[in-house]
Design a protein around this ligand. Structure first.
Ligand code: CAA
Length: 258
């Protein structure tokens, strides 16, 4: 399949999606989000893929939704087309883990896209922000919901209400990103992390993703119950037998379901 706004390739057992609208700092539009959704469908159906990396350019992961395209929108244009968000949750529903590798600007929808992924690895050049208020709108692809869960209410309010940007150090301290790496190592580090994940048992990887997401979306008792049920079900897997036998026999595991 050919895409207009993204580049899609495979590196080992990792699917790589690169946002590719360099002239507009990877500004997001419906076509781009639809293409990401199609690429995720293909990676999810591919047994050779165990994890996915989404990245942008050196200057911008993505500078938000395309302002030029939105400028003349009426309420009906936005509402009837479910602008930007009609395929957004496909990132969340993908059962294989997605790492956002972020360098430069991740603003508005760009920050929201990174937050919709499972892990954010940031280059030391990364800058995160929800500056929609400057345009007379508010974050519309999860910013007001995912940011407080990631960084606390106070910081999310600060970011959304003042439009200030957070640099990589502040973002790591606040818990928005999992690690910071030098900009020239960003893709290698993200691909290496994804390859590590892709080397484990895929059903276990999926169980962990589902369980952590449950923590994110439910209360503690419900989350603990969910985890316990999934934990016990892991004992039905061949890969559990193999993983534990390998430990006991002091050898590397050969997982069957990768
Ligand atoms: N939409 C469309 N085009 C964009 C864009 C966007 N979000 N962000 C940058 N561009 C374009 C610029 O118009 C410019 O194009 P031209 O060369 O044709 O003029 C090009 O990308 C380079 O941008 P700048 O010249 O502005 O680059 P800079 O280095 O001076 O500034 C920046 C970089 C601070 C990121 C600045 O471009 C900027 O503030 N961009 C807008 C950020 C923003 O407001 N994002 C939120 C969008 S709304 C949203 O995302 C809603 C939602 O929740 C889904």
């Amino acid at each position: 399949m050919s895409y207009e706004n993204i580049l899609v390739e495979t590196r080992g057992r990792v699917g790589l999606i690169t946002l590719n609208r360099p002239k507009a700092l990877n500004a997001l539009n419906d076509t781009l989000v639809d293409e990401i959704s199609a690429a995720l469908d293909a990676f999810e159906a591919d047994d050779g893929i165990g994890a996915i990396v989404v990245t942008g350019s050196e200057k911008a992961f993505a500078a938000g939704a395309d302002i030029g395209a939105m400028a003349k929108f009426s309420y009906m244009d936005a509402y009837l087309t479910d602008y930007i968000t009609r395929n957004w949750e496909r990132i969340k529903t993908c059962r294989k883990p997605i790492i956002a590798a972020v360098a430069g600007y991740a603003l508005g929808g760009g920050c929201e896209m990174a937050m919709a992924c499972d892990v954010i690895i940031a280059a030391d050049t990364a800058k995160f922000g929800q500056p929609e208020i400057k345009l007379g709108i508010l974050p519309g692809a999860g910013g007001t919901q995912r940011l407080p869960r990631a960084v606390s209410k106070a910081k999310a309010m600060d970011m959304c209400l003042t439009a200030r940007m957070m640099d990589a150090t502040e973002a790591e301290r606040a818990g928005l990103v999992s690690r910071i790496v030098p900009a020239d190592k960003l893709l290698d580090e993200a691909l290496a992390a994804a390859e590590t994940i892709a080397g484990f048992s895929l059903p276990v990887v999926m169980m962990i993703k589902e369980s952590v997401n449950r923590a994110y979306e439910s209360g503690l008792s419900e989350g603990l119950l969910f985890e316990r049920r999934v934990f016990h079900s892991a004992f039905a897997l061949d890969d559990q037998k193999e993983g534990m036998a390998a430990f006991v026999e002091k050898r590397a595991p050969q997982f069957k379901h990768r």
